[in-house]
Each structure stands twice: as structure tokens, then as C-alpha cells.
Design a protein around this ligand. Structure first.
Ligand code: HEM
Length: 464
């Protein structure tokens, strides 16, 4: 059959299906898949696209092939000014993506990432001091703030040797860079949901956007300038991504300063909110599931974590925490969907539907994770799904929080290692109790699945 035969809600003349997925995109998309099945036709922006939540279709679409690829369009194009020519916001055939990918793949390999575990562990220990202050004060806190401060400092430090000062105390001021980044990303979403002309109008928001972007660039460019001088003078320099990027070459070719700046900006965009959300939702689920909490505390004891900085060997022993994180990423995928474009006429759903060239094809990551044919009782939070004997029964295309292949998340190992370290170190010392679990929801206006109303009390962990 033709693409027109793919099931889906009726599109309206002006807005297409936009209001079939707004104002509550997470639940509305999940419900559409419940109603229409694992392949749906939706016109959210522009011509109709295909949304898929079946591992067999995901397998065809997810990797970069002659048939499907990632293109920087739609919402992603609105992040492009911030990510620039960095890996996340450049096309697969862009020479800058090809060069950046080749040079950065080794820097993000598991072995290279292990070199950052001491830094991550030190920052987790520093966060404990803030938690102690909060615990002593008895105040409830929005947990996102602290998880984001931890992830931002981690990527700032390992990315370009920068200390934003966010973990200095519970009342540490918010660094202007963080405010600028939050503004530009939020404005990107507003732009994506507005008519094209919006961003060309002389509005205060548009002037502010340009100003904030410039001030972020200035900070990163200054760090790059200083680092280059230090390297030139043979001074001792941090072993971070920045030093790596300034010295790495492939066939004699390296990245220029503006591309390196864009990569640093990209790591900051891609690396803080996603990992922070994962930690928040993990703490939330652990609080709701005392048995899981108990098993985690047991694992922390078993691997022998102490007040010293966590070691590589201890991190490697956190198998159960890894299962908890994988289940968190299934139930609360920070990136709920990604888009690919068909490069030629093709077909999907076992050849049942023909898909024309240039069709936006959306991998509905969240809906895939809630597909009952893939995950039995998908609403149940169950880390045991990730025991090796259970995981190996499923297609690798049934769990896509990081996407896969050449355009999959380059920071996957980094994020998992950071989240494991954060959880183990935080839970060894403190208990995180959600004030009102019923009030917790996700932010429908954010690009990622960010929790809202996730107020928590932080109290000493007395069971260890
Ligand atoms: C790409 C998810 C953490 C850097 C992606 C993509 C997803 C994703 C789904 C594919 C996007 C697309 O197809 O458009 C996540 C999640 C994370 C996480 C769920 C945390 C739990 C990180 C971290 C970093 C990072 C910590 C950097 C330190 C990147 C980059 C890309 C990417 C550079 C683009 C890769 C390319 O196309 O060459 N991520 N990410 N991510 N991610 Fe992550």
C-alpha cells in the first residue's frame, strides 16, 4: 500500500497533526501508538511523516544507510546556531561532521572515558558536601537543579577544564553561561513551534538570543586561546577533550578553532540535561521501589565503595545499578524521538507500506519502549529486564535511548559511567525522598524528558 494508507489521526488543514501531539507530547504520542499500532502517519510540521515504534522498522531506519540518514532540519535546525558545526547539528555528508566523527570516536571509547572516572568521582564527592548542607537545613529541593549542577560541572571539567562553581555550596550562584545556555535552548523550542518569520522579527527575545550566544562563545573561545598558548609553551595542561581536540590529527588534518568551539558547545548541550534527567528519574524510581533501593545499597557495600574517590574497579562492579539505569532510560527516555530522512523510495512494515524519497521518518523512542509486544507490562519499572539472560532475548533495536550507529550518541559510555558513579556515591551517603510522587510530571515544553515538581528531601543514609 501507499504511505497514505498508514494509519493515523486525521490532519487539519493549517496545523496538520500538531495538536494531536500537543500540549502533552509524551502521553499523546504514547496514546496514538496504543490506538493506531506501531506505525503511524503524522503531519506535525510540513508534509506528513512516518512515526515508527517497532524494532524491525527501527532496524531499517536507525543506522545511516543508502536508504535513511539524519538531516539537520525541523527542531534540530533551531539548535544549530548553538551547536554550530559540532557533531550533533551537522549533516552526515558535511566534511566537518566526517572529520569531527573520525577524530572524536577514539576520545569517547570506553578506555578513554575511564580516564575521566576519577574526575567524575571527585565531583560526586564534592556534591556530597552540598547534600550535607541541604540535609542539615532540612529544606526540600528541586532535585533537577543538583543533578544538573553535577552533570554540568562534569562536562565542563572534562570537556574544557572549566569550573562553573555550581557545586561550591547550596547557595552557589547560577553561572551566567548556564542561564545563557538554558535561554538559547528554550528559545530554540519556541522557534521550532512558531512560524518561520518569528526569528527574523525585531523582538527582545531575538536580540537576547544573539547576545547570549555571543557571550557563551566568548567564554569558550577565551579558554581555547589560553590553552593553545599553554600547549605552545609546553606548560602542563589538563588531559581533557579540549587538549585532545587541539592536538588530534587524522591524515595530518586537525579541527580549526571554531569547529573545536562548536564541539565544546555541543558536548555541553548534549551532555548535561540528558544525563541529569536520567539521574533524577532514577532517584525517583528508587524511592518508589524499596526492594530496588535495598539491592542497590547491597551492591554498594559489596563493591566496597568508601569515602575516598570511587575507583575504576568499583565502578566496573556496579552491575545492578547499570540495570536500574537502563530501565530508567527505557521508562523515561530523555530523548523521546529522533528523525531520519528517507534518501530514496523505499518501504517499511515488512514491505506493506511504500515510503517516498524525502519522507521524515521518526523513531518514536518512548513509544518503542512502551510497545507491549517488546516489553511485557511496559508500565512496570523492572531492572531485571536488563539481566544479561533477559536482555539478550530482545533485538538491540528495541532499546534506543542513545540511538545507534554512526549518528548514535557518542557520549553513551561517558553518560553511563557518570550516572553510575553519581548514583552509587550519592546513595551511599544519602536517602532521596520525593515529597509528593503524585505531583511529579514531565515538562511538556522542554526538548528532553525533564521532571517537574520533583521536590525531594535529602537525609543521611542510615542503613549503611
Ligand atoms: C547524539 C541521547 C549523553 C553527546 C545523541 C542521540 C541521542 C542521544 C538519542 C542521537 C540524536 C539524533 O539522532 O539526532 C543521549 C542520552 C544521554 C546522552 C539519553 C544521557 C543519558 C551525552 C553526553 C554527551 C553526548 C554525556 C557528551 C559528552 C552527543 C553527541 C551526539 C549525541 C556529540 C551527536 C553524535 C553524532 O551525530 O555524531 N545522544 N545522549 N550525549 N550525543 Fe548524546
Amino acid at each position: 500500500s501507499k504511505m497514505a494508507d498508514i494509519p493515523g489521526p486525521q490532519a487539519s488543514l493549517i496545523f496538520g497533526n500538531l495538536y494531536d501531539i500537543l500540549p502533552d507530547p509524551l502521553n499523546q504520542v504514547r496514546n496514538l501508538f496504543r490506538k493506531f499500532g506501531p506505525i503511524i502517519k503524522l503531519a506535525t510540521v510540513g508534509p506528513p511523516g512516518v512515526w515508527i515504534a517497532d524494532p524491525k522498522d527501527v532496524e531499517i531506519v536507525a543506522e545511516e544507510t543508502e536508504t535513511f540518514w539524519k538531516r539537520v532540519t525541523g527542531g534540530l535546525a533551531e539548535i544549530k546556531p548553538v551547536g554550530g558545526q559540532g557533531l550533533f547539528t551537522s549533516n552526515t555528508d558535511d566534511p566537518d561532521w566526517i572529520l569531527g566523527h573520525k577524530l572524536l570516536i577514539p576520545a569517547f571509547a570506553p578506555k578513554a572515558i575511564r580516564a575521566y572516572s576519577h574526575e567524575m568521582g571527585s565531583l560526586a564527592n564534592k556534591t556530597l558536601l552540598v547534600f550535607k548542607e541541604i540535609s542539615d537545613s532540612g529544606e526540600k529541593v528541586l532535585i533537577n537543579r543538583w543533578m544538573t549542577n553535577f552533570t554540568f560541572e562534569t562536562i565542563g571539567k572534562t570537556g574544557f577544564g572549566y569550573d562553573f562553581g555550581l557545586l561550591d555550596s547550596k547557595d552557589a550562584p547560577i553561572h551566567p553561561f548556564i542561564t545563557s545556555m538554558a535561554f538559547c535552548l528554550q528559545e530554540g523550542i519556541t522557534r521550532a513551534r512558531s512560524f518561520k518569520i518569528y526569528k527574523t522579527l525585531p523582538l527582545a527575545a531575538n536580540y537576547r538570543y544573539d547576545r547570549e550566544l555571543k557571550s557563551m562563545h566568548k567564554i569558550v573561545e577565551e579558554v581555547i586561546k589560553i590553552r593553545k598558548q599553554e600547549i605552545a609553551n609546553n606548560q602542563e595542561v589538563p588531559k581533557d577533550f579540549l587538549t585532545y581536540m587541539l592536538t588530534a590529527k587524522m591524515d595530518g588534518k586537525g579541527m580549526n578553532d571554531s569547529l573545536i568551539r562548536d564541539q565544546v558547545m555541543t558536548f555541553l548541550i548534549a551532555g548535561h540535561e540528558t544525563t541529569s534527567n536520567t539521574l533524577c528519574w532514577a532517584l525517583f524510581e528508587i524511592d518508589r521501589h524499596p526492594n530496588i533501593h535495598k539491592a542497590i545499597l547491597q551492591e554498594i557495600v559489596n563493591v566496597g565503595i568508601s569515602d575516598d574517590v570511587i575507583t575504576d574497579k568499583q565502578v566496573a562492579g556496579l552491575h545492578y545499578i547499570e540495570c536500574v539505569l537502563k530501565e530508567t532510560l527505557r521508562c523515561h527516555a530523555p530523548v523521546r524521538q529522533i528523525a531520519k530522512l528517507s534518501r530514496r523510495d523505499t518501504n517499511l512494515f515488512g514491505g506493506k507500506y511504500s515510503i517516498p524519497s524525502h519522507t521524515t521518518t521518526v523513531i518514536a523512542i518512548d513509544a518503542l519502549h512502551y510497545n507491549p509486544d517488546v516489553f511485557e507490562n511496559p508500565d512496570v519499572f523492572d531492572p531485571d529486564r536488563w539481566l544479561p539472560e533477559n536482555e539478550s532475548k530482545r533485538s538491540v533495536y528495541s532499546w534506543m535511548p542513545f540511538s545507534i550507529g554512526a549518528r548514535g550518541c557518542i557520549g553513551r559510555q561517558f553518560a553511563m559511567q557518570e550516572a553510575k558513579i553519581g548514583l552509587a556515591v550519592f546513595l551511599r551517603k544519602f536517602k532521596f525522598t520525593t515529597v509528593d510522587p503524585e505531583a511529579v510530571s514531565y515538562d511538556p515544553g522542554a526538548a528532553t524528558t525533564s521532571p517537574i515538581n520533583m521536590w525531594m528531601y535529602i537525609t543521611p543514609q542510615i542503613n549503611l
